[in-house]
Write a protein that binds this ligand. Structure first.
Ligand code: GLU
Length: 483
């Protein structure tokens, strides 16, 4: 009997919720629904340094905004929990020990210095980079004795050295990898935490995932995963690697060339149903080639093995066009409801009002003083353009400072609060030799279009990360165009 269908997404909470996560989630959810199965959300937060609770919360929010609800997950529970990998450390340790006992994995005591020297030598001799198997020949009793004595070590997978690994992907058929090119992957780090490979395979098995539908970039991990299934004696799931979303120049979608945060699309006023429709088009063509369809139709029609491998280009202009079609289909009352749920919500208005009430004496002045809270991109009039350049600095210098501030300091800021913003911007000033007086004005003009505004950091906090980033980016472009 075929296994019940269970699919999953397994995002790592290390930044803004990514458009690629929604794309992969959509296909997983549609396939599970189509077969009356379950769709699981698992949080892969074993990278303790980069994982972040704010980021995890944003993943939930963004997916729910799109209507991609999961049947099991950290916040909704389920029979195979916990669904957050940081709470499963003991499970991974036990499984790693099982592989050491069966000889499919081994402790490696190599120091960082040895590994660095090895890498340098491989580079110099233009050899393939990777672990040389140094600790693989240590007799098991001796390795055990050294572990008991407390010597620092990792656990590595003993990959076969000869022959080839043959794996199967639903869309690509059989793929062969020469084993000599596959590293003895670390499974358990010296701090006892698992790496992606071990945790991912163990969880997919224990959570009874039947179909692993994920992005193409994980194909190179497949031989290691398949080896792990074999070593544990488990049945493999079906693997299906979806084509990556791409920028117009065919490179992997990236924030330099396209907005990739789902928060951006929400803040910019895209409708979730248009977003889902567009993401479905990235990997799927309807039999009659119609371009507009809803989630239910997608669930009915999707044939996973018929996903197109073309390298879909994520085209903002086309998404915007499609969104316009959806907007015009809504009755005015429905459109109003959408406005009231996002940009004209009471919550948002109540954040804006305290900032502008100092500056208005009648209600009808509200729009004039607050319009930049409700628009998307800004146009800078001549007075604003002048103030966009920091006093005493050139346009290119200001552009460079704003860009560095944005990319190196603000992009990674997860809690976009006035306090955090002030700390980051002042810290940047100190480190880069700018005075707050010089830099605050260009930032103010960039994010509001005006030199006179409510307090800068409160204003930025209310505008939100996405709008501020987009406007700062546009300001950098504007500054660069100045002679
Ligand atoms: N944690 C991986 C990610 O962030 C999961 C990849 C997979 O689905 O196996 O995408």
């Amino acid at each position: 009997m075929a296994r019940p269908v269970r699919t999953r997404i397994a995002p790592s909470p290390t930044g803004d919720p990514h458009v690629g996560t929604a794309y992969v989630a959509l296909f997983n959810l549609a396939f599970a629904r189509q077969h009356g199965g379950q769709f699981i959300l698992r949080i892969e937060d074993t990278d303790q340094v980069r994982s972040d609770v704010a980021s995890e919360a944003m993943i939930y929010d963004a997916l729910r905004w799109l209507g991609l609800e999961w049947d099991e997950g950290p916040d909704v529970g389920g029979p195979h929990g916990p669904y957050r990998q940081s709470e499963r450390a003991e499970i991974y340790r036990e499984h790693a020990e099982r592989l050491v006992a069966s000889g499919d994995a081994y402790p490696c005591f190599c120091t960082k210095e040895r590994l660095d020297a090895l890498r340098a030598e491989q580079r110099e001799k233009k050899l393939a980079l990777g672990y040389d198997g140094h600790c693989r020949s240590i007799p098991p009793q001796e390795a055990e004795r050294r572990r008991k004595a407390g010597e620092a070590h990792v656990i590595r997978l003993a990959m076969p050295r000869e022959g080839e690994s043959v794996v199967r992907d639903l869309l690509r058929g059989v793929i062969r990898f020469p084993n000599e090119q596959i590293d003895d992957q670390v499974l358990l780090k010296s701090d006892g935490f698992p790496t992606y490979h071990l945790a991912n395979v163990v969880d997919d098995h224990l959570m009874e995932v039947s179909h692993v539908i994920r992005a193409e970039e994980w194909i190179s991990s497949l031989p290691k995963h398949v080896r792990l299934y074999e070593a544990f004696g488990w049945d493999e799931p079906v693997f299906c690697h979806l084509p990556l979303l791409r920028n117009a120049d065919r490179s992997k979608i990236s924030k330099r060339k396209n907005p990739v945060s789902l928060n951006y699309y929400r803040r910019a006023g895209f409708l979730p149903e248009a977003m889902l429709n567009y993401l479905a088009l990235m990997g799927w063509t309807m039999p009659d080639e119609r371009e507009e369809f809803g989630l239910d139709e997608f669930v009915d029609e999707l044939k996973l093995e018929g996903v197109t491998l073309g390298g879909p280009v994520f085209d903002l202009a086309k998404l915007t066009w499609l969104n316009g079609r959806y907007m015009r289909r809504l009755e005015p009352a429905e459109l109003l409801a959408r406005l009231r749920s996002e940009i004209l919500s009471d919550g948002y208005l109540l954040e804006v009002l305290p900032l502008v009430r100092e500056r208005i004496d009648t209600l009808d002045a509200f729009m004039e003083y607050s319009q930049f809270f409700f628009t998307g991109d800004l146009t800078y009039d001549d007075a604003a353009r002048t103030k966009l350049v920091a006093k005493g600095r050139t346009a290119p210098q200001t552009a460079k400072a704003l860009r560095t501030l944005l990319e190196d300091h603000l992009d990674g800021l997860m809690e976009w609060s006035a306090e955090n913003l002030e700390e980051v911007v002042r810290g940047f000033c100190e480190a880069s030799g700018w005075t707050p007086k010089e830099l605050f004005m260009p930032i103010r003009v960039a994010v509001t279009g005006s030199p006179a505004t409510p307090p800068l950091f409160e204003t930025m906090a209310v505008l939100g990360k996405e709008l501020c980033r987009r406007r700062l980016r546009n300001a950098v472009t504007e500054l660069r165009s100045m002679k």
